[in-house]
Design a protein around this ligand. Structure first.
Ligand SMILES: *[C@@H]1O[C@H](CO)[C@@H](O)[C@H](O)[C@H]1NC(C)=O
Ligand SMILES: *[C@@H]1O[C@H](CO)[C@@H](O)[C@H](O)[C@H]1NC(C)=O
Ligand SMILES: *[C@@H]1O[C@H](CO)[C@@H](O)[C@H](O)[C@H]1NC(C)=O
Length: 352
């Protein structure tokens, strides 16, 4: 009796297996859905790794850390942080009203690529028709190109119905919106990455704190999309936006929130380099730069902070003999990129 059942079972199994095989031959799993065809009889399409679009891969990367879990930060300890990563390894850059990548910005992108190695670099831009030598150079490195996603955003002229006083104010609110949407690592275009930022991916929100001025610097902002400070800061624009004050809403407002609610943020002293380091960068050989994790170059402020320098704009030629810290920083990145990816920084035009 037992044996009979077993035999029957075996026959049924073999039979079912054959039917499945025949069905699979008839309706292969990977077959593309025909638009006119009813989907009912076809099994769900399996997306092979190689056919995944960049956006699908990005979503996966975001899901892994922040989209798959709702974190209630009510009792979160921003001193200790979480044991696991809670922030996706995605870097966000913002290019508003420009389609040009300058030399120093390319170097910064290489520094992100080499020293942070994010899953993705999202460039949020309102035009996104990038061109020029450094853009071509960046795209000639396949490993880097495969990580870059251009995300076209609509430039908004107002915030909660109030007109922006400066374009930089739009960038102040965009970084909050971007992080509230995706979470990740936001960096200003003039931020150079020195060491891995992974240790900060375990906090609700990390932000630089300049103790001598008692003010936050949001040039580097690493946050979970549910971070409370993002919302509190953004909300303050509703009632307290002052378009004639340069740093009020971007700096003073979040500083005041953090002064009263220190549990909301992991404040980083010195390591984000968001203070004023123009003397160390452009007038000295400063060996301690390697101890920071990032540094804000303040490069667009050199015209008055470093007015005696004969170099107005850095490029791959004048940087070779530039005798101060910033020269060493750039040359280190250039030599790594040249060696690893065979990039010739001397050649202005890149063969297609
Ligand atoms: C905005 O800032 C300016 C300049 O400091 C000041 O005169 C003005 O009163 C402020 N406006 C509001 C609504 O607080
Ligand atoms: C902290 O909150 C109190 C009470 O709301 C307020 O009076 C004070 O100005 C706040 N401090 C800062 C630095 O914003
Ligand atoms: C900084 O160091 C480099 C390399 O050691 C040297 O060539 C340069 O002259 C130094 N610059 C200054 C300002 O001392």
């Amino acid at each position: 009796m037992k044996i009979k059942i077993r035999k029957n079972f075996l026959t049924i199994s073999i039979f079912s297996f054959l039917i499945i095989c025949i069905l699979l031959l008839k309706f292969p799993l990977s077959e593309k859905l025909n638009e006119n065809e009813s989907n009912e009889k076809i099994a769900p399409r399996i997306i092979e790794a190689s056919t995944e679009t960049l956006e699908e891969k990005l979503l996966k990367s975001l899901y892994k850390f922040s989209y798959n879990q709702f974190i209630d930060f009510e009792n979160f300890n921003n001193r200790k942080g979480s044991r696991k990563f809670i922030i996706p390894n995605v870097v966000h850059l913002l290019y508003l009203n420009t389609n040009e990548i300058k030399f120093y910005q390319a170097i910064n992108i290489y520094s992100i690529f080499l020293n942070q190695n994010p899953d993705f670099i999202l460039i949020h831009c309102n035009d996104c028709k990038f061109s020029g030598h450094y853009w071509e150079q960046i795209n000639s490195i396949k490993e880097l190109k495969d990580k870059i996603i251009l995300n076209k955003i609509k430039f908004h002229e107002t915030i909660f119905g109030q007109e922006y006083g400066w374009i930089e104010h739009a960038s102040d609110t965009w970084r909050l919106m971007i992080l509230m949407n995706y979470g990740g690592i936001y960096l200003d275009n003039d931020v150079f990455v020195i060491n891995s930022l992974n240790k900060y991916r375990k906090y609700e929100l990390s932000v630089g704190w300049e103790s001598y001025k008692e003010v936050l610097g949001t040039q580097v902002l690493i946050a979970h999309r549910n971070a409370r400070l993002l919302r509190a800061h953004f909300d303050a624009y509703r009632t307290a936006y002052n378009s004639s004050e340069w740093y009020y809403n971007a700096g003073i407002v979040p500083t005041n929130i953090v002064l009263n609610h220190s549990y909301m943020a992991h404040t980083v002293r010195r390591k984000f380099g968001v203070g004023i380091h123009t003397d160390e960068l452009y007038k000295q050989n400063w060996s301690s730069w390697k101890r920071l994790d990032t540094i804000h170059l303040l490069i667009n402020h050199r015209s008055y902070l470093d007015e005696e320098s004969p170099i107005k704009d850095f490029d791959e030629e004048n940087i070779l003999s530039y005798p101060y810290t910033y020269g060493e920083m750039c040359r280190l990145i250039m030599s790594k990129i040249s060696k690893l990816y065979n990039i010739d920084f001397k050649r202005k035009s890149i063969r297609k």
